[in-house]
Design a protein around this ligand. Structure first.
Ligand code: RAM
Length: 355
């Protein structure tokens, strides 16, 4: 679906090195987050008197999610590196309406760029396009809008790759046979729905003995995800596995399983952060899960936003830019830039990571 390639081997080496070594740097990364949601009327601009307006605000799906704390800390690192002004604004809950009011305010304040993880593919478009009409560059990362309402999308890995790694992991963990369920984030999240669609197709096409019984939504809220896990296990007594393609969901599901009769009997995989999953992998609640480096994703999104603001790229296929320590990237089809491949964590390697 989305394609793109880096322009040089240097980028790959740089990305891998940053992933393996740089992770500790982001573990302590701070953000401007307030736990109950930022005030959309607070400051966010910072246009310099001359030169490019490198005031860039990260708008994640919501606050209080370790994944976005890490991605946005990567953005902050990049923005400080190139002398811009970093800010983070987001609603407490992962709703499109919450994000719209922040986008409107940032547009009025005249920021140079917004890096956005979208809670909905279309509901943000009016606000985003108004901001773009006001000269704001809008880069989605993690979760995209539709193609016509942003300048660029920074994709963490191909949707096909993200879907396949999770299906492969659950198939391996349950002997390629039995009932599985999906515990997702919010129902309208572009990234989650793309992965679910591809996982469903992969199971149907390649795993005839696996039955996908239901997809439930924990809304990227810890307690809701915990309760939905309990509900699945009660509803489906023969359930063999759960795939949770969300860092919030997989951690909550693991916490439920850890002290339940299902520990070691019902497999759990999906997308998680090593720091949130470490205890569950160490004690055998979870065998293996996947992710990418969220800090690199935020770092790349920040450099891409800068390249747009500076006019170095427009988002056209074939445009090239350099993203600091990560190296060179090329814009692919549908104004998309690809970070890299998903990575699988297990008890043998989880100790190497700190984010
Ligand atoms: C959660 C969010 C995010 C997703 C990760 C894997 O943190 O839903 O959008 O990419 O999980």
């Amino acid at each position: 679906m989305f394609t793109l390639s880096r322009t040089s081997g240097k980028a790959r080496v740089g990305a891998v090195a940053a992933f393996a070594v740089g992770v500790a740097l982001v573990a302590s990364g701070c953000t401007a987050s307030a736990p109950e949601g930022s005030d959309p009327t607070s400051s966010g601009s910072g246009a310099p008197a001359d030169g490019s307006n490198l005031a860039i605000t990260f708008v994640p799906k919501n606050l209080g999610n370790a994944y976005f704390d890490t991605s946005d800390a990567g953005g902050k690192e990049a923005i400080e590196e190139f002398g811009g002004t970093y800010d983070e604004q987001a609603p407490a809950e992962g709703t499109p309406d919450g994000q719209v009011s922040f986008i409107n305010t940032l547009s009025q304040q005249g920021v140079g760029g917004i890096a956005l993880s979208a809670n909905d593919p279309t509901a943000l478009c009016d606000a985003v396009n108004e901001a773009r009409d006001n000269g704001v560059k809008v880069v989605t990362f993690d979760s995209d809008t539709s193609v016509d309402c942003r300048d660029l999308y920074i994709n963490q890995a191909t949707s096909e790759g993200i879907a396949k790694v999770q299906v492969d992991l659950i198939a391996e963990q349950i002997g390629d046979k039995g009932q599985v369920a999906i515990l997702s984030a919010t129902a309208n999240a572009t990234n989650q729905n793309a992965w679910i669609e591809l996982m469903t197709a992969d199971i149907e096409a390649n795993h005839p003995d696996i039955e996908l019984v239901e997809t439930v939504y924990g809304d990227d809220d810890d307690q809701t995800s915990f309760d939905k896990t309990e509900g699945l296990l009660q509803t489906y007594p023969d359930l063999k596995g759960i795939i949770s393609p969300t860092t919030v969901g997989i951690a909550a599901a693991a916490r439920y399983l850890q002290t339940s009769e299902f520990k070691g009997k019902v497999a759990l995989t999906g997308l998680g952060t090593p720091n949130q999953m470490r205890d569950y992998v160490t004690d055998g609640t979870v065998t293996a899960f996947a992710l990418w480096n969220p800090a690199d994703l935020g770092y790349l999104a920040a450099y891409a936003t800068k390249a747009l603001i500076d006019g170095d790229i427009t988002g056209a296929e074939g445009d090239e830019f350099t993203a600091g320590k990560l190296g060179d990237y090329t814009v692919g089809a549908d104004a998309t830039v690809l970070l890299g491949d998903p990575y699988t964590f297990n008890k043998d390697n989880i100790g190497d990571f700190d984010f």
